[in-house]
Design a protein around this ligand. Structure first.
Ligand code: HEM
Length: 550
């Protein structure tokens, strides 16, 4: 969720920061992002933890770190071992590496949200848009996603696919060598539409004002949490000010305005159905689940419902649209993988069509139906044989591995700081003291050949094919979504969307190129939300086959 961005020792212009910024609530790189927040309690006080020596002339480790992050971290691990203190990203952290990292996620005494709140005052934002479930340790949002979104993914998939496909057709379309200078905006629209259809229903997903609010709220949030007011006063100011005048409120208002007539109409139809002794066909979206479980979730009113929906938006839209955009840049950087991914897709769809035909035939043979036409409008409708169904997307194992490899390859090297609520003794005997922040050394995990297999510094998209390592499987060797009790509950939806975006791209485009190839390396390692500075050029299959036949 929380997007991120980093701070460097070099000043970053505020407009770039604004564009670059984070977004959500879960994933907290915004914590580091709120650069220059001085935190005197960042290091664990355990005297056995070594402090990384400063380079001559430097006052923090930022300059050395940003010069070559992998080199810096590899050197630190070699010199100081898996746990060491350093001052990076504008803060003081105790860095935890390798297999020890999982202990940070598996111990309840570490809190990711506390680390984010410390530098952003995040909790006051959250509490000013929701009226219920304000306890920072409430698991309600997590449970809402777990109970309502993930189990219904197969049902949500057709509308997600439709929303994504519609935006691709409208915004990217067909053509040869079509330059898109800012693909992120298109992917944001695409993902906002898909999320809106899941969270608030198909009708709301057509409302551009709501889609804009889905996209813009993340920027408003990012802007506030990155105001460069150093220190304790920044957080204090945020808490005092935005607890009352939260710029996110206007987004809640847009959602309330869009939701109210729909809710009233739904209530009217439900009452009518009851009156006629019929069963009310409940719309399939999270807003309806909220209405149906109003008391269970302890909601107060429609504003409160929309506030909770906005939290889902903050957690989901930016992270997923950023990764979708990046996925296309990876296809541009590694064009040799487009055809194998397309081939896999064709094979999966052909196989599913074959199985469905067999199923139809057996029903015909058993006399359950009398003709092929009886399947129309049913789950076995032949016109749906080639759909990107949830089952089809699940079988696309190369696409799954491609997506997971992007998360591995691109991961920020230091990320997901957690604050210790008590003294915690790690299994190597080191104590992470109460109030200090442990940050995860992703390099030590993602570039470890024991965990990742051969050549871990290379991008190998089929790295996970045939292994029990799907892109949703949170574990000690794959921390893109955290792990343990707080592991991202939205990852099933996010991966489903990412795989769908990838599938749509390779089925529609035979070639995707990075406008300025000299930027490729920088883009592949870009942080969430960082402006990419160069566009993408799309060549559709229809135009390249027209070219061949001409
Ligand atoms: C590419 C997309 C995404 C990424 C990379 C991502 C990443 C993360 C990470 C790293 C965490 C912190 C886990 C921890 O504390 O151990 C998290 C938490 C969370 N994410 Fe996501 N996320 C994504 C998409 C989503 C989506 C689509 C939703 C909602 C539908 C969502 C909802 C949440 C929530 C509610 C939490 C807090 C969980 C808790 O504290 O119990 N995320 N996410």
């Amino acid at each position: 969720m929380l997007g991120l961005v980093y701070s460097s020792s070099v000043a970053i212009p505020s407009d770039i920061l604004k564009a670059a910024l984070p977004i959500g609530i879960g994933l907290a790189s915004a914590a580091y992002l709120t650069m220059k927040v001085v935190n005197n309690d960042g290091f664990s006080t355990d005297k056995s933890i070594p402090m990384v020596q400063l380079r001559s002339g430097d006052t923090t480790h930022d300059a050395e770190f940003f010069e070559d992050q992998d080199k810096f971290l590899a050197h630190c691990e070699e010199t100081y071992g898996p746990v060491f203190n350093c001052q990076v990203l504008g803060q003081k952290f105790t860095v935890v590496s390798g297999p020890l990292a999982r202990e940070i996620f598996m111990t309840e005494d570490f809190s990711f949200m506390d680390a984010v709140d410390e530098v952003t005052g995040l909790q006051s934002f959250v509490n000013s848009i929701i009226k219920s479930n304000q306890d920072p340790d409430s698991k309600m949002i997590h449970e809402i996603i777990r109970d309502n979104i993930s189990p219904n993914l197969p049902l949500f998939t057709p509308r997600i696919v439709e929303q994504l496909r519609m935006t691709v057709e409208k915004e990217l379309g067909d053509g040869e060598g079509k330059l898109v200078e800012n693909p992120l905006r298109i992917f944001q629209n695409m993902i906002a539409g898909a999320m809106a259809s899941v969270f608030m229903g198909l009708e709301v997903a057509k409302n551009q004002k709501v889609l804009d609010t889905f996209i813009d709220c993340t920027y408003d949030f990012g802007q506030v949490v990155t105001e460069n007011k150093k220190s304790f006063w920044h957080t204090f100011g945020n808490r005092a000010k935005y607890g009352v005048m939260n710029p996110l409120r206007k987004h809640v208002n847009v959602m309330v305005e869009a939701a109210t007539p729909i809710i009233l109409e739904r209530r009217r139809q439900e009452a009518k159905a009851v009156e006629n002794g019929q069963e009310y066909k409940r719309p399939l979206d999270i807003m309806q689940r909220f209405l149906d479980n109003f008391e269970k979730y302890g909601f107060v009113d429609i504003e409160d419902i929309c506030g909770h929906l906005l939290i889902l938006v903050l957690a989901s839209v930016h992270t997923t649209s950023d990764t979708s955009t990046n996925l296309c840049y990876y296809l541009g950087a590694y064009p040799q993988y487009i055809e194998p991914l397309y081939k896999e897709q064709q094979e999966v769809l052909a196989q599913i069509a074959k199985e469905r035909q067999l199923e139809r035939q057996s029903k015909l043979d058993a006399g359950e139906v009398t003709s092929e036409r009886d399947f129309e409008g049913t789950g076995l409708d032949p016109r749906r044989d080639s759909d990107f169904s949830a089952a089809a997307i699940k079988r696309m194992v190369r696409m799954d591995s491609f997506v997971r490899e992007i998360f591995r390859f691109r991961a920020e090297r230091l990320t997901l700081a957690h604050k210790a609520r008590r003294n915690v003794v790690l299994s190597n005997g080191v104590v992470i003291s109460k109030g200090s922040k442990a940050i995860i050394n992703m390099r030590s995990i993602n570039q470890d050949s024991g965990m990742q297999g051969e050549d871990p510094t290379e991008f190998q998209p089929w790295r996970f094919v045939g292994k029990p390592k799907s892109a949703t499987k949170a574990s000690g060797d794959y921390l893109a979504f955290g792990m343990g009790r707080h592991a991202c509950p939205g990852r099933f939806l996010a991966i489903q969307e990412l795989k769908t975006v990838g599938s749509l791209m390779v089925s529609k485009y035979s070639k995707i190129e990075i406008q300025d190839p000299s930027q490729t390396k920088k883009i592949l390692l870009s942080r969430l939300g960082e402006p990419l500075g160069t566009g993408l050029i799309f060549t559709s299959r229809s135009s390249s086959s027209a070219e061949k036949s001409a």
